[in-house]
Design a protein around this ligand. Sequence first.
Ligand code: SF4
Length: 342
Amino acid sequence: MSNVAAKIGLVTTIPVEVLFAAGLVPVDLNNIFITAPDPAKLVEQAELEGFPRNTCSWVKGIYTAALRHNIGTVIAVMRGDCSNNEAMAEVLRSKGVEIVPFSFPYPRDRRFLVAEIERLMDRFGTNWDEVEATKRQLDEVRALALRLDELTWQTGNVTGFENHIWSVSCSDFNGDPALFQQQLGDLLRQKESISRDDQDGQASIRLGFVGVPPIVTDLYEHVEGLGARVVFNEIQRQFAMPGPAERDVAQMYLDYTYPYDFEGRLADIEAEVSRRRVDALIHYVQSFCHHQIQDIILRQRIKVPILTLEGDRPGPLDARSRMRLEAFVEMCRQRAVARSLK
Ligand code: SF4
């Protein structure tokens, strides 16, 4: 193997065990884009280079983030993430970035997924024994993220935003699983020491957040400022790989709902809405994203009120979205009062 970069860019969650087993550092480009001091500038930079206005801002942001951070190799998910990845990856390749393709199978097929993971292993110089051993180490870190998720809906000691940020960070563990484990362990100890008095959230409106992670920066702050609580972050939770720890790597990534058909996501959403006593859902959709179309099926299947909220560029919520959220939370509150009077 020659010329392997120490940092490997990711456009979404992939079997990251392969990279850690090979001694490499995964960098989720979404995270370094959205936490940059000037994420809107990264989008503008891509537009100056010719990316169309009517292309998703996440795509433009991760493109510029890869170049700004001199990422030499990017794993581009060609099936199971974003319909724009192929073209974006071709532009990155034209700039000298090595593109390693990876595809999640459609439909879910273990043999195909195993073959794709083995292609990654061949490229980065590792094997199943090392990859499975790495998974067992990461299982301990993921267990902490899943414990934080439990505290979010069971006690209310963890905010929806804290849940969001730690869960999305499980795509790359901020490049350092040991440090991530230590920091998350410290946070959990602090959260678990808080009294549960008045913390179970019975009096609050319990919201679920469905859809891709939001590009708007103050959504959780605004919702929780209205007296509602986000007790379910659908896709973010998937990044922490909920499910039995004893699965092998391939099975864990087959159980991961995001890259496959929407039916799997719906089954997960239905189960969690019921288990977490979710009153209503916010379906976040990104401008120019194909996932917007799935709103049709979500509304057919899920039997709680749904607010579909669209975001475009990084920055705070616009005035119209804030007003729609306020009206939605108020409607939920009135429904709760009416239920309590029955
Ligand atoms: S929000 Fe949709 S269009 Fe944008 S990067 Fe994600 S999957 Fe692609």
